[in-house]
Design a protein around this ligand. Sequence first.
Ligand SMILES: *[C@@H]1O[C@H](CO)[C@@H](O)[C@H](O)[C@H]1NC(C)=O
Ligand SMILES: *[C@@H]1O[C@H](CO)[C@@H](O)[C@H](O)[C@H]1NC(C)=O
Ligand SMILES: *[C@@H]1O[C@H](CO)[C@@H](O)[C@H](O)[C@H]1NC(C)=O
Ligand SMILES: *[C@@H]1O[C@H](CO)[C@@H](O)[C@H](O)[C@H]1NC(C)=O
Length: 144
Amino acid sequence: MGGLCFLLISTNLLFLFFTISSAVDIISPSQSISDNTTLVSSDGSFELGFFSPGSSTNRYLGIWYKNIPGRTVVWVANRCNPINDSSGMLMINSTGNLVLFGQNKSVVWSTSSVKRVENAMVQLLDSGNLVVRDVKDGISGPYL
Ligand SMILES: *[C@@H]1O[C@H](CO)[C@@H](O)[C@H](O)[C@H]1NC(C)=O
Ligand SMILES: *[C@@H]1O[C@H](CO)[C@@H](O)[C@H](O)[C@H]1NC(C)=O
Ligand SMILES: *[C@@H]1O[C@H](CO)[C@@H](O)[C@H](O)[C@H]1NC(C)=O
Ligand SMILES: *[C@@H]1O[C@H](CO)[C@@H](O)[C@H](O)[C@H]1NC(C)=O
């Protein structure tokens, strides 16, 4: 009895661990990234979020090295189309495209996936690449 109880507790802990750790580097269909949140790759080397370069107040969505002081940005989504306040929101829409919204839900940037996928997820990899996968293919499925 005591053994069973322990087993139940440890599977619960394991489940909790996986929910917490997967919430950090993945955006699921029901989740989004706002101006105040970031994604961090599982080994902690890359971070995706909103930033303002220098003294600018414009907000850009980008990926940077998390461990190097003085932000080194490696990728910017809306380079030509900055958001001028903190209304930015990144989410994955119902056809499997990544969409960045600005003020009033206007589309600032988006991907154009060839394949339509109802439930897609986005993951920031340890290599700094941002990839989209079909949820039903799981965490090791092919990239879209
Ligand atoms: C982050 O921003 C969102 C949208 O503006 C807001 O709903 C949420 O409460 C904020 N969270 C924190 C921790 O500030
Ligand atoms: C931000 O941009 C929108 C249009 O994209 C514009 O209507 C608004 O006035 C701008 N706000 C500021 C504070 O510049
Ligand atoms: C998802 O985003 C793409 C790119 O902006 C767009 O073409 C498509 O219509 C969107 N799908 C839905 C259901 O809004
Ligand atoms: C955004 O919405 C607000 C309130 O609905 C409106 O006053 C404003 O003009 C809109 N801004 C843009 C850039 O469409």
